[in-house]
Design a protein around this ligand. Structure first.
Ligand code: ZN
Length: 260
């Protein structure tokens, strides 16, 4: 099938890769209730312990999931962009309270829908349930690899990995808006450690400059400085939520026909 025909299968307005997997009739259950919102740099989309009112599907930008401990330490457990969602797992249980704080790290836009409307559509549509399953698999995979990376790999490799994950969601901009405080929160290390790690990555040429909350990176050198986890997480995410809605639907149909 040619690329023009493939484009027709994909609703033109859908920039979120999860939403793009939905056949038109299933997307129609959500579309009238989806509202475009902007994701402003450093905005807190949801705070741990707060009631989840909305499910958000980013079309662009990056959001990190942050886990905070009682003494004030924080660490990033995942970063998502247009291949993910925020709050979608609210359908899996009765608790509407968020377990993580989600913070915008790269500004963008998202479509959001109320949790109650999303839940009603989830109950009515097998394709939407399948979409939530794919998101669940992808986020669990990321949690597992991030926890392995935190235990096994150096802080330099981990910082390089987060910078690459964020750069993947900037549409090519090699200047990331990140303060040293933000890097310290993402990595779960002290500011002094961040300063030392930045110096090491600068010596390798992987970070070109750091000033006024802007970090300029050299992508090729960052890829040399990071661990294998970056590639594993990226490939696994692309396998679970392909950047190709047509392929995803074909795979889902094949699975369904095998089950029948
Ligand atoms: Zn690693």
């Amino acid at each position: 099938m040619g690329s023009a025909a493939r484009m027709m299968e994909r609703p033109a307005s859908v920039g979120n890769r999860l939403l793009a997997t939905l056949p038109s009739k299933d997307l129609a259950l959500l579309a009238p209730h989806l509202q475009k919102v902007s994701l402003e740099q450093d905005a807190v989309v949801i705070r741990a312990g707060d009631r989840r009112d909305h499910v958000s599907f980013p079309h662009s930008g990056a959001i990190s999931f942050m886990l905070g401990l009682p003494k004030g330490e924080t660490i990033a457990t995942a970063v998502i962009g247009r291949e993910g969602a925020i709050g979608a797992l609210s359908v899996l249980g009765p608790s509407f309270l968020s377990s993580v704080t989600a913070v915008v790290r790269v500004s963008g836009i998202a479509s959001q829908i109320s949790v109650s409307r999303f839940h009603a559509a989830y109950m009515a549509s097998g394709a939407i349930r399948h979409m939530v399953e794919a998101h669940t698999r992808s986020i669990l995979m990321q949690f597992q690899h991030v926890s392995a990376c935190n235990g096994l790999h150096s802080v330099e490799a981990r910082m390089a990995r987060w910078l690459l994950h964020l750069h993947d969601r900037t549409e090519g901009n090699s200047i990331l808006s990140l303060t040293q405080e933000t890097l310290s929160q993402l990595l779960g290390v002290r500011r002094t450690t961040v300063t030392q790690v930045i110096a090491k990555l600068r010596a390798l040429g992987a970070i070109k400059s750091v000033r006024r909350g802007l970090v300029e990176i050299d992508r090729a050198r960052l890829e040399e400085a990071t661990c294998e986890c970056y590639d594993i997480i990226r490939r696994a995410t692309d396998r679970i939520v392909p950047d190709d809605a047509f392929g995803f639907q074909q795979a889902a149909q094949m699975r369904t026909s095998r089950e029948v």
